[in-house]
Design a protein around this ligand. Structure first.
Ligand code: XMP
Length: 513
């Protein structure tokens, strides 16, 4: 059965992808179209409704983006959001004018007529605005259904034709009841059923990968993190052995990490996983280097070299696959032309030279992290992968403070493995954002038995966060901290002191380097 589709016409708003995502949350399929897409194409796709996104331009400006006017003759409902509302009003004969007050941020929406769009909502809502123009005169057939302090036309409707416009952004978290408004549009106005799911997304992505790739080969840098793992599982389902994964062991991995990754993907998924064991090369280059940024640069550059060298053995591949997610795509969909192929900024592969003429394959590009997790689960990836904590590309290289050596790495690995075990044991691992150890190049005095010791310090960092932009240290129960400390000091040679990091971000960062 073909599911219903809601078309989101993109006028360049930073929130367009969020609209699409909210529609998916309502179990309805949505597709983002370039704003110039013809009504005929939308008709061919049999869309059940059209949403006109917001955008940075003003409809009063000459040459600002406009849709094909015939979309209003498709016989399907249309919802204009922000810029979309102004377009809709202008194109249908209303009048848009410059507002003396720019409305930006929170506003109070007063609902006048609930109708189908605001059904079930309270009479007043805190909403998120960001616009400079406002509607001066309504097009024929429209009625105002909601207002704010600055605009008597914050919500308008032509119930008969199923045309609606709202000045605020229902898709953002800051708008109260925003999801209900969108859901009302989908269900009460467009008549969409909840007929879409992650399983359908997986199936369609698989088909589209097959179509794009054809008989060619695809190369993927597999790190074992959530994004590259889900991309690998998805592409592998689509094209099997045409996919080769390359795992670079940079010598800065955690205990047994290479073995676990290789074991899972080779044995369990039967993927073609190649391993570049390059630890010695990385360590040699890092010798004596203690500046964090220099360390990062060396690690990044060496990664690219190793990656390129490995290609000689792997042979030609036409596509380079990446687990780029929507939040990694820094540029939003550009107004004219295709979205730029922006590579994840601090992703290691970002440094691959342009002369390597790969085509990029980014099947997760439209998705948000939690959706990628759901997709991973759908594809049968285990919880340990789907819910794995983030791990920085430069790995333990930025968790050994100062210059890196194999001895320090080995001490850190053992301490970190103990923390990991205890976090799992106490059911905390999946509840926190990150939990890890840091090796400090500081030696302190201690006693063990009758002997004086003079050994290194391990710092334990456990943080909670939503997006890594801000973070707070976790109030880990004392008993857990005590077990972690006792075990690290007893079981790891070279450590006689464990400290707990109680800094928040900002002003601290999550990593120490
Ligand atoms: P900070 O330390 O900046 O970290 O608060 C924020 C998040 O980013 C991760 N991180 C990195 N990830 N390459 C990466 O791929 C890096 O160089 C890097 N530095 C930090 C960090 O683990 C945290 O989740």
């Amino acid at each position: 059965m073909k599911h219903q589709t809601i078309a989101v016409l993109d006028f360049g708003s930073q929130y367009t992808q969020v609209i699409a995502r909210r529609i998916r949350e309502c179990s309805v399929y949505s597709k983002i179209y370039h704003y110039k897409t013809s009504a005929a194409e939308l008709r061919r796709d049999n869309v059940a409704g059209v949403i006109l996104s917001g955008g940075p331009e003003s409809v009063l400006k000459k040459g600002s983006p406009r849709p094909d006017k015939k979309i209003f003759d498709l016989g399907v409902p249309v919802l204009g959001i922000c810029y979309g509302l102004q377009l809709l009003a202008q194109l249908l004969g209303g009048k848009v004018e410059k507002s003396s007050e720019r409305e930006y941020g929170h506003g109070q929406l007063k609902i006048k007529t609930k109708g189908r769009l605001f059904r079930g909502l309270p009479n007043s809502l805190r909403v998120w605005n960001s616009h400079g123009d406002r509607l001066g005169r309504l097009p024929a057939g429209f009625k105002p259904i909601a207002s704010t302090e600055n605009s008597s036309y914050a919500g308008i409707a032509d119930e008969k034709r199923g045309f609606y416009g709202i000045q605020f952004h229902p898709e953002v978290d800051h708008t109260e009841g925003g999801l209900n408004i969108l859901e009302n549009f989908l269900r009460n106005i467009c008549g969409c059923k909840a007929d879409w799911s992650m399983a359908i997304l997986a199936e369609e992505s698989i088909n589209s990968i097959r179509e794009t790739v054809g008989e060619d080969r695809v190369l993927l840098g597999l790190s074992g993190g959530v994004d590259s793992s889900v991309a690998a599982a998805l592409i592998h389902k689509a094209i099997g052995k045409q996919l080769t994964c390359l795992f670079v062991d940079n010598g800065l991995l955690r205990q047994n990490e290479r073995e676990l990754v290789v074991d899972l993907y080779r044995r369990h998924f039967n993927m073609d996983v190649r391993v570049a064991r390059a630890g010695a090369k990385f360590l040699k280059r890092l010798k004596g280097v203690s500046d964090p940024e220099r360390k990062r640069k060396i690690i990044g550059k060496t990664f690219v070299e190793v990656f390129q060298d490995s290609l000689k053995q792997i042979g030609d591949a036409k596509f380079l696959a990446q687990g780029t997610l929507y939040p990694d795509v820094i540029e939003s969909v550009s107004i004219d032309g295709n979205p730029a192929a922006t590579i994840k900024s601090h992703h290691n592969v970002g440094g691959l030279p342009k002369k390597m003429k790969f085509k990029l394959l980014e099947p997760l590009r439209q998705l948000f992290k939690d959706e990628v997790r759901a997709l991973g689960a759908e594809l049968g990836l285990p919880k340990e992968v789907v819910w794995r904590q983030p791990f920085p590309g430069p790995g333990l290289g930025v968790r050994v403070i100062g210059d890196v050596s194999s001895r320090k790495l080995s001490v850190l690995r053992k301490a970190d493995a103990i923390l990991h075990e205890e976090m799992m044991e106490s059911d905390l691992y999946y509840k926190v954002w990150q939990s890890f150890c840091v090796f400090l190049p500081v030696r302190t005095v201690g006693v063990m038995g009758d002997e004086r010791t003079y050994e290194n310090v391990i710092a334990v960092r456990v943080v909670e966060s939503k997006d890594a932009m801000t973070a707070d240290w976790v109030r880990v129960p004392y008993e857990v901290l005590q077990r972690v400390s006792t075990r690290i000091i007893n079981e790891v040679n070279g450590v006689n002191r464990v400290v707990y990091d109680i800094s928040s971000k900002p002003p601290g960062t999550i990593e120490w380097e």
